[in-house]
Design a protein around this ligand. Sequence first.
Ligand code: PLZ
Length: 458
Amino acid sequence: MSSAPSTAAVSTASDESSVSQQRLVRTEIPGPRSREIHERRRAVVPPGVHSVLPVYIERAHDAILVDVDGNQIIDVCGGIGVMTVGHTDDRVVAAAADQLGRVTHTLFTMTPYEPYVEVAEHLAKHVPGSTVAAPYKTLLMNSGAEAVENGVKIARKYTGRPGVAVLEHAYHGRTLLTSSMNHKAAPYALGYGPRVGDVYKAPNSYPLHDGLSGAEAAARTIAFLEKQAGAADLACLVVEPIQGEGGFIVPADGFLPALADWCRENGVVFIADEVQAGMARTGTVFSIEQFGVQPDIVLSAKGIAGGLPLAGITGRAEIMDASQPGGLGGTFGGNPVSCAAAVAVFEQIEELDLLAEAQRIERVFGAGLRELQQRFPAIAEVRGRGAMLAIELTRPGTLEPDADLVARVMDEAAQRGVLLLSSGVHNQAIRFLPSLKMSDELIADVLSVLEEAFTAAS
Ligand code: PLZ
């Protein structure tokens, strides 16, 4: 149990008077001060690192971002699914500050510390398939891409095979291996070649577009894996149970269990990449639980540590134990401050029943989005689970993606102080990743802005 700091003097944004939980548009967006900083940035930061909305943020609390011009923006992205417990959450800030003043860094592979073990214990408690008698084991790293890299390494070591299978529409990161695993070459892999070999992209299940049942889609995927990848050469199949960057695609019922069964029968390690969907966001700690699958390895990052960098690779002991001492790790992997923050997140998932909060958000936000769909026929589908929801926009009467409309709606919403994000390999969807603590009132405000934005953009 992490306690509140006794001596650390921490300046936080949690004081209600400093960041009220409301939208406030004081200037055009981006405002003059943001534009000024943006000019400085352009001189010293390369354009390869792009910002969706170049509004410079000075403070944030819970669901509100305050920019340098004093605008208060409702954050419906949470730094892409990171702020599950809200920005500058009091308990995360207190736990991290306390740890910061005790031990900031030793390197776990030099001299270890307890918070790392605590995080591994929390993960073992929540991964489906892990039991008290035979818990799954965890390696901690820094980022989602590192989680994927290490999941693949560990699966290769265990199986002695090279092949890595992924699904179309997947996103797994920006390192050299993971950028070869993404569906989109542009912008992620373009010009950074040669791409990593032995990566096979199998068809996914995308019910709105393929119209296939889970069994049919799985049969198609498995046929690809057997014929084009070759089961005996495959170390792992890496799957996002709900595809994140791909457009919050929820696979048809039965698709994931059929793939998991096939993996088991063929000695292929089934890796659930829960970097975006995990950590309570979908109404279960890991979304794979809702599909009735026990993964061999689960990857977490983003929401795990309340905004501090941390990633977990959690797998069956037999698989995790196959790596030799010294084969796994990294200087900052499982940093103590990040671990202390993660413990404060896990405690809140349990104590505040954040799983129920995710379900509340699905009910309230989902209902509002479906009402919007009645009014705007460009919304072809409302989908997702818990606080991981999306709308896909198409040209009415067709399934052709309407990325222009997505961009216009996002722009209109930004002008009104709501930060949205697109998703999908054609930027055909708008995704919503609110904090699990976002109030019904703020959700209602976001929905009213969406309605105005659609009206203005249509
Ligand atoms: N796996 C499923 O969603 C990161 C990318 C944001 P890192 N997705 C957001 C951006 O523009 O860089 C992601 C993911 C899934 C892996 C990753 C990679 O996680 O922490 O960004 O490395």
